[in-house]
Design a protein around this ligand. Structure first.
Ligand code: DX5
Ligand code: ZN
Length: 219
């Protein structure tokens, strides 16, 4: 079913230049895009470390991009204030760790920031259904979180359709975001199933001509 939202591309700066993230933000802005996807990793929930709120705060003044912050943390509830202070426009939190997910969504929203839940590829869609009314966005991982450059997991495609169906059945308006291994060929498989927000790290920053990728994703 077509999404109620225009399709947009959110480049993951994890695939950017970590010695000069400001230049990677400029690549995104020069491509005429509006979102940047910021992957925050704690080395516990995922076996990798990326960057924290101080880095996000340092990027904030120079950029008008929408900061889509993806928290891959065991205890995201402990870091919400830090990322709000850093200038996050949206914070998405995984439902797998054991912490008060609903309360954390409510807190993010109470501070005027958009919020949503994230599911790893093997997490059943049903596990997130009760949180949907509180969500501005649902982020479906199509790779095991922790690293960019992995292969897209086609077995997640039915889950995209499930959240698209629930969005219509429950008269909700969340964005449906796909994250991990998305490239030129994969993006249409996702948008055809109702996805409207495409995260891409490798396929964007390693593209010879990002405009070709952008056109394919947002067609
Ligand atoms: C992985 C991150 C993804 C990743 C996407 O844990 O959440 O956002 O950076 O990168 P690509 O598009 O290279 O798979
Ligand atoms: Zn991500």
């Amino acid at each position: 079913m077509p999404s109620p939202h225009d399709t947009l591309l959110a480049p993951s700066i994890l695939a950017g230049d970590h010695a000069n993230l400001r230049s990677s933000l400029k690549v995104i802005e020069d491509a005429g895009l509006e979102w940047v996807h910021l992957d925050i990793m704690d080395g516990h929930f995922v076996p990798n470390l990326s960057f924290g709120p101080q880095t996000v705060k340092a990027m904030r003044p120079d950029s008008k991009l929408f900061f889509d912050v993806h928290l891959m943390l065991d205890n995201p509830q402990l870091y919400i204030d830090a990322f709000l202070d850093a200038g996050a426009d949206q914070i998405t939190i995984h439902i797998e760790p054991n912490y008060p997910v609903a309360e954390t969504l409510g807190y993010i929203k109470s501070k005027g920031c958009k919020c949503g839940v994230v599911l790893k590829p093997d997490t059943p869609a049903e596990d997130a259904k009760k949180f949907l009314p509180a969500c501005d966005i649902v982020l479906l991982m199509t790779v095991e979180p922790g690293f960019g450059g992995q292969n897209f997991r086609q077995d997640v495609l039915p889950k995209i359709e499930q959240f698209d169906t629930w969005r219509a059945e429950m008269s909700l308006n969340y964005r449906l975001e796909i994250d991990g291994g998305v490239d030129l060929e994969i993006a249409p498989l996702c948008t055809a199933r109702g996805a409207d927000t495409i995260v891409a790290g490798t396929a964007f920053f390693k593209a010879a001509d990002p405009s070709v990728f952008i056109a394919a994703v947002t067609a």
